[in-house]
Ligand binder design. Sequence first.
Ligand SMILES: *Cc1c(COP(=O)(O)O)cnc(C)c1O
Length: 467
Amino acid sequence: MADRHMTPEQFRKRGYEVIDWIADYMENVETYRITPTVQPGAIRAMLPDHAPEEPEPFEAILRDLDAIVMPGVTHWQSPNWFAYFPANTSGPAILADLISSGLGQQGMLWATSPACTEVEMVVVDWLVDLLGLPQQWKTTQRGGGVIQMSASDSTHAALVTARHRAAARHPVRSLVVYASSQAHFSTRKGANVAGFEHVRLIEVDERYAMRVDALEDAVAADLAAGLVPAFVTSAVGTTGTTAVDPVRQVGEVAGKYGMWHHVDAAYAGTAMTCPEFRHHQEGLDLADSYVFNPHKWMFTNFDCSVFYVADRTPLIDAMTMRAPYMSNAASDAGVVIDYRDWHVPLGRRFRALKLWWVLRSYGAEGIRAVVREHVRLARELAERIDADPRLELVAPTPFALVSFRHLGGPAPTQHLAEALNATGRVHLTASRIDGAPFIRVSVGQTYTEQRHVDALWELIDELATTD
Ligand SMILES: *Cc1c(COP(=O)(O)O)cnc(C)c1O
């Protein structure tokens, strides 16, 4: 039977080859056309309909990576990536993920992998200080952080917890969820999945931030109709334009009506490593939960979303299930954190390892330096756009997203976005706001530097024709 498995010796040899392959990719990704040109079904058509009956040599497997997979890959790791938000990788994170795979830990309980749990507790506590979050959110205090797969999962966990808490006093059918019209749809989706029947999208102001007076009005109307305000999301950096809701004021409304206040900083959370951005999240002492994604801007491979609660008791109350085969002395004594009680999944990977390696390899200084450079590059681009008579900004740039349009209107804006992406040399996102198209340029890929943004500006300048 032994020869059916890859031996450690074979693994060592193939492992070197694969590391070389990844290093080559990192070296060359900048020169690739960012988006693939394949038609739907093209990759599938190159693959057999059935799994192989006989074992195949590793050479063949590696060959098909280049022949079949690579033509269908979108190069999110190109420094010319300006679309959506970044989904960054970095050397330390990739290597730590490899170790995590090698160790194959299941960190559902403290007892099933003490290191998996305790390294995670330490890095989420470190991040409380690095992001200027309330001290109470540390695992050594009443709150705590946990790594989840995505911001959508984190927001869903917050909604489930809020529903569980409110359902002790009110019928679930009466509970209402609020978020701004610009909030990420994960609040709406999470509310659906968690069984809320009422979701109100609140009007925004001219900077696309939630209008607190409109929130108050919506709450009053719901109360008058016999409904119960239960949950509100504040966005710190919306996905559309990185707008920032007034966190303290929303927190005050939430406090007045006993609502759960969740803060979604999925993208912008990384910027909070720099004190000069923290005024955007002033008022977190009034928040019940918070999410940010190191897998966006913090050089930590997907998946890694950090979810904090100010008080872990309601989360654990909502998520805990007991089973006899899971009982163990440490859990029974109540002296450890069992992270399976902090989210829907039971099994969990050792994701803290990559975050730990990133924080140690870059140091807080290193992360701040790259974030500040990305923000500087974005603001410089925003100034160029603002000064161009053909173009205009549609929203401020509090972080590293530039939102703009062509003054010629919807058609030239759409045309410019398409022309830029058609070059294959850059990639950005065409979106819509207030019914009109605009272009999002997100500066933040791990390796994006001045020369990449300069080249992007030259392309914009060249393609922003007026006809
Ligand atoms: C990206 C984003 C999300 C969703 O993130 P996932 O981790 O992919 O679920 C949620 N909220 C905001 C503000 C985002 O930018």
